[in-house]
Design a protein around this ligand. Structure first.
Ligand code: 5RP
Length: 231
């Protein structure tokens, strides 16, 4: 499913584009598919803007030319994965702790194309997937206390194969937040959380997405479709 949706996303790319390169397993497949098209000469003069250390290293390995976010005024198209997508295309991202740069890239992009498999589609955000919040290291406890006053519980994301917490590409920590009744008003929650001192950015992506490509399995075959956004 992920491979089919990653390949479908590359069909939206045209030569000469500046492309935002997302993070996560689906975005990684998209980057590999992009490198293949470049190698075959089907896409020319593509420049990528990485959203994470992961996408930067992968693009370098695959000889995709990269430019720095600060050196571009506009990105033509960003292609990225997501952890949850609601019917209005509001998203939760940050499962890979990359949402700070992902949101910067998405905000500078003319179009944000999201690539997911069907399991990521939800009616209401945050019923099961916790909202990632990037916090300054010495502020995590203070932020956690402030967030607990918003009818939610949070936990510090812990690393695997390393003692202690996950440390982001920017050197910060992640709190994963679950609201008691999910997130009913994502716009409001995005602003309220970002207003807490010590918070760098949260994983709610509001009104940034124009199109979602969804992969599913039908009769043992991967199929890709593009749902319409509910207003
Ligand atoms: C990383 C992200 C990813 O795009 C999101 O976690 C989806 O990843 P995957 O395609 O591996 O399910 O937001 O911060």
């Amino acid at each position: 499913m992920k491979l089919a949706v990653a390949d479908a996303a590359i069909r939206e790319v045209k030569s000469d584009m500046i492309l935002g390169l997302g993070s996560g397993s689906t975005a990684a497949l998209m980057i590999k598919s992009l490198a293949n098209e470049i190698r075959l000469g089907k896409l020319q003069n593509i420049r990528g803007v990485a959203t994470s250390f992961q996408s930067e290293v992968l693009a370098l390995e695959l000889d995709i030319p990269l430019i720095d976010l600060a050196s571009v005024s506009k990105i033509d198209l960003a292609i990225d994965g997501a952890d949850e997508v609601d019917p209005r295309f509001q998203l939760i991202k940050g499962g890979g702790a990359c949402h700070v740069r992902e949101k910067l890239v998405a905000s500078k992009s003319e179009q944000l194309l999201i690539v997911v498999d069907e399991t990521k589609l939800v009616q209401n955000l945050n019923q099961s997937f916790p909202l990632p919040v990037e916090v300054l290291p010495n502020a995590w406890k203070q932020v956690q206390e402030a967030i607990s006053e918003m009818n939610s519980t949070s936990s510090l994301r812990m690393a695997t194969k390393k003692a202690g917490p996950v440390v982001t590409d920017q050197g910060n920590l992640i709190l994963d937040v679950l609201f008691d009744n999910g997130i009913k008003n994502p716009k409001d929650v995005e602003m309220k959380i970002n207003n807490i001192p010590g918070v760098l950015e949260n994983g709610l992506f509001i009104d940034l997405t124009d199109k979602v490509l969804v992969g599913k399995i039908e009769n043992n075959t991967p199929v890709v479709y593009s749902p319409s956004r509910e207003s």
